[in-house]
Write a protein that binds this ligand. Sequence first.
Ligand SMILES: [Zn+2]
Length: 481
Amino acid sequence: MRFGILGGGGMTRSGLAIVLYLATGGSAFAEADSQMIAERLAGAIRYETVSHEDSADFEGAPFDALELYLREQYPRTHAVLRLEKVNAYTLLYEWSGSEPDLAGALFMSHLDVVPVEAEAAANWSHPPFGGVIEEGYVWGRGALDVKIGVILWLEAVEALLEEGVIPRRTIFLSFGHDEEIGGDEGAREVAAIFASRGIELAFLFDEGGMILDGHPLLPDKVVANVVTAEKAYYSVELTARGISGHSSMPPPSTAIGQLARAIARVEENPMPARISLPLREMLEAASPHLPFSRRFAIDHLWLLGGFVKRSFLDTDLNASFVRTSFAVTLVSGGVKENVIPEIAQATVNVRILPGDTPEDVLAHLARVIDDEGIEIKGTDWGEGAPAASATGPAFRLASASIADVLPEAVILPGLVPGATDSRHFSGVAREVLRFVPMRVGMDQVGGAHGRDERIAVDGLADSRAIAIGMIRRAASGSSSD
Ligand SMILES: [Zn+2]
């Protein structure tokens, strides 16, 4: 069928929906589905399940209320799956498979959201916890990060139960209550439970990747970013020691001055940029869709890798994909304005690129700081999950499910610079991927943790269909059929 006479290239999505409806009689159902999912999501947003930096501010009641709400909205799921509450608020569901020898599959998300300060809330177009549906969007904290994930995974299980599906592989859902403050009580504890019960996971999917309109690499395409790797989280403490004394008779330099010089050297000497394997895989997957000049460079990375690498250094975001990064985030020293301090300290937060190690980081810092008077000490090493394969079973499972619903989508593996709850599962799951099939415009991505967080209503039925495909394939025990 040709749409050209109905408005050429400028046809709107709703125009297209009407034409498809006339042609198939089907998409009115999709619209109604999207609206229904939007309402369930909006309902979940209304519970103020906030994670505060200070755990004394934690309130459990909204988490309890949200759990009751989910029970009401997804009755089949709650009748059939076993629900275990971990540290009172994290929800861990188990849908037992008929073949216990098959390793399990885990679909993750989190219930908590970051707070909205009172002054910031006044600037939102709709109240952050109002769960308002207007102008084609569901508005509010958690619309993107990431109550949408909770809703989509539950929608999928509910739909599969309605169909009468019995899983061969055991399916787990885990929704943490403290992801935004590190996940120690939630996801980390869930990982410990799996380890202690000897439960092995073939793969897991968590937040981090999504379906993007306006992806910087392919702005004209629908891009599904099935993230195969994340940077690992690490911190280093720099300490300078001096001799305290009266500030009226100062030495040429104090501990604070010495520390300041060290910090300046760290900032002036970043670690070398490098195209890691997950980034290479992403570029190679994007390459066939790129204009010739860029495609040529990516297809000849052995020759033009330096050029491609440098082109990534144009923005802070892009640079975070090609190097282990340093950010000085805390500094302390001094107790009184007329006392020379004994000690000055700084914390450098480090995000380690796959392939680099904490030892590499410490060696680099020692070399560039080049001052034996500065003590350099790494904190606990929060080892990230090893990179998953862009050709492995979990990646293929996601790709096939996306292609069923959005055949036009370009599916890219790759790397996220942030850390997610899934890092706690490195010893439990063979493959860790980050993909929740929500569809987001690049201009809305900043809403996560920012102002006017929202998600478009009209993609929600497709998102659910992809989630259903993913869990159906996982449950069937095979990856791509
Ligand atoms: Zn999140």
